[in-house]
Every structure is written in structure tokens, then in C-alpha cells.
Design a protein around this ligand. Structure first.
Ligand code: ATR
Length: 279
């Protein structure tokens, strides 16, 4: 048994009760017999700076960062990795030699889930459509541009937010369209991604007509509750390959667990089943 009882990590957010991260890291701690702890920290926005600065005193080695702190945490960190800077969001903080280092594994989680669940998809197959313009959309954009997709068609209810993203990335492959055009622009794409909350339990479904979508195009919904959203139900009926959002949650967590607890964890069906029990 690895004796690492001194290692303490957790997730910080406000509120935090909804977070599945303690269940996820708890599964791995148990599986690998690691005597570490992974806790939930409910920290209000105005208390974030003090909380982060006190990480060394509290003996916290690593923190996942969730809503609403992923952007506001930047000023409290000593260093931020390149991917996190590109995305403009930090989802993990690691204490390294007394320094607080922010990074982002959402783009990794997004892409690894896609590669695992849709192994036949590859970037050069054609344009992709992204729905949404928040932090999750930025993680998807950063990873897909880096993969070499030829074009991203971006749609957001509030067009101005999507225009800002296009300015931010300043890449001719990233093209913004009006929200009303989302169904018409599905032809010839290789991948459709929903990065919004639409389709989540308690939210309306994403209203989109898939008639023009090639049956070979992958449909990826980052929502995982429910696992099969309305969008994925529609896509499955048409025979499109589908990717649900649970894997993104699992894969974004794996590098954090490895960084803090020293064990590369497995993402497998056992873990998926266990996580589904927590939804
Ligand atoms: P995250 O960082 O998790 O991506 P966010 O920054 O709050 O979350 O972004 C939420 C996304 O869902 C946005 O693209 C938002 O569109 P707006 O920019 O127009 O707000 C989108 N969204 C949320 N509710 C929506 C709805 N009812 N219809 C369409 N888009 C919606």
C-alpha cells in the first residue's frame, strides 16, 4: 500500500455540492489504496484569494477549480500554463516548491474522450460545428484547432460572445455564424459539438434540425446528466456515431490525480458505472 496520507487535494467552487470530482477521485484513491484525501471546498468568490494563498498552510497539494472560479483565479497564481492561458480558464492548481501553478486539462479531457469514443474521427475529415461560447467551448476550440481541423463553425445564442472568441483566437479557420443558421450549416461537417448546458436535466434541449448532417458525422454532447441527451437521442436514431460528456469529466481528472497522488489512473467501464451511480 502506498502511504501518502499527507497528500490532501480537493475541488473548490461555489456552490460545490453538485461536484462529482470527490466521487471520482475517491474511486481512484480507493482502487489504488492511496491514503490521500480529496475534499470539497465551498469558497465564495470574495474569499477565493485568501483560500488559494493559504493552500500551503492548509496542507493542500492540489485543487480542481470549478464554477465560478475558473477565470477569477488567475491573479492569485504564481504561474499559469500555456494551455490554460489559451483557454482563459484554470481547472487545476498544483503547489510546486511553494509556488501555485495553474493549468487546464479540459482540452485534454475533451479530445481524449472524442478519440476514445469515436476512434474513426480525425481532424482532417472536414469542418466542425461548435455550439456555445463559454469556457467549455474555448477548451473545445483550443484542442480542435491544435488537432488541425480545417474549419470551425461557431454558433452562440449571444452572437457577440462568439465574435469575441473569434477575435481572441484570431484564426481564419474559426468562423462565427448567427444562432438562427445552426441547422443549415451542418452539411459536410465531420463533428458537431454541444458545449452548452442545453439538454442537461432541468434545461431545455438544444433545438437543432439534423437533416443536413452526414450520417458519418460524430455528434458530441459534453452534457453527461443525462448521459443520452435529446441531441444524442436524435443522432443515434439517424445512426450517427455519438460521444457523451461523461468521458470528458473522467479524462480531465486523470492528469490531476496523477500529478497529486503519483498514480496514473485508469478510465474504464467500472469507473463509468460507478460515476453513473452518482448522477
Ligand atoms: P461554460 O463555461 O460551462 O461553458 P458559460 O460560460 O456559462 O459556461 O457558457 C454557457 C453557454 O451556454 C453559453 O454559450 C450560453 O450562451 P450565451 O452566451 O448566449 O449565454 C449557452 N446557453 C446557456 N443557456 C442557453 C439557452 N437557453 N439557449 C442557448 N444557449 C444557451
Amino acid at each position: 500500500m502506498i502511504k501518502l496520507s499527507q497528500i490532501k487535494a480537493g475541488v473548490v467552487g461555489w456552490p460545490i455540492s453538485h461536484s462529482l470530482s470527490p466521487r471520482l477521485h475517491g474511486f481512484w484513491l480507493n482502487k489504488y489504496n492511496i491514503e490521500g484525501a480529496y475534499l470539497s471546498f465551498a469558497v465564495a468568490p470574495e474569499a477565493l484569494g485568501d483560500f488559494i494563498s493559504a493552500m500551503p498552510d492548509k496542507g493542500i497539494t492540489g485543487l480542481n477549480v470549478t464554477v465560478p472560479h475558473k477565470e477569477s483565479i488567475f491573479p492569485f497564481l504564481d504561474e499559469v500554463g500555456e494551455v490554460a492561458q489559451k483557454i482563459g480558464a484554470v481547472n487545476m492548481v498544483t503547489l510546486r516548491e511553494g509556488q501555485l501553478y495553474g493549468s487546464n486539462t479540459d482540452a485534454y479531457g475533451f479530445l481524449t474522450n472524442l478519440q476514445q469514443k469515436a476512434p474513426l474521427w480525425s481532424a482532417e475529415q472536414g469542418p466542425v460545428v461548435i455550439i456555445g461560447a463559454g469556457g467549455a467551448a474555448r477548451a473545445a476550440i483550443v484542442s480542435l484547432l491544435a488537432e488541425g481541423v480545417p474549419e470551425i463553425r461557431l454558433f452562440n445564442r449571444t452572437r457577440g460572445r462568439a465574435d469575441k472568441l473569434a477575435e481572441r483566437y484570431d484564426d481564419p479557420r474559426l468562423k462565427v455564424y448567427d444562432w438562427a443558421e445552426r441547422s443549415q450549416k451542418l452539411s459536410e461537417i465531420s463533428l458537431l459539438v454541444n458545449t452548452t448546458l442545453l439538454g442537461m436535466t432541468g434545461q431545455p434541449p438544444l433545438d437543432i434540425d439534423l437533416s443536413l448532417l452526414s450520417p458519418l458525422a460524430v455528434v458530441y454532447d459534453i452534457v453527461y446528466n443525462p448521459l443520452v441527451t435529446d441531441l444524442l437521442k436524435q443522432a443515434k436514431l439517424r445512426g450517427n456515431p455519438c460521444v457523451d460528456g461523461l468521458g470528458m469529466l473522467l479524462y480531465q481528472a486523470a492528469p490531476a490525480f496523477e500529478a497529486w497522488f503519483g498514480q496514473a489512473p485508469m478510465v474504464d467501464q467500472d469507473l463509468r458505472n460507478y460515476m453513473l451511480g452518482g448522477l
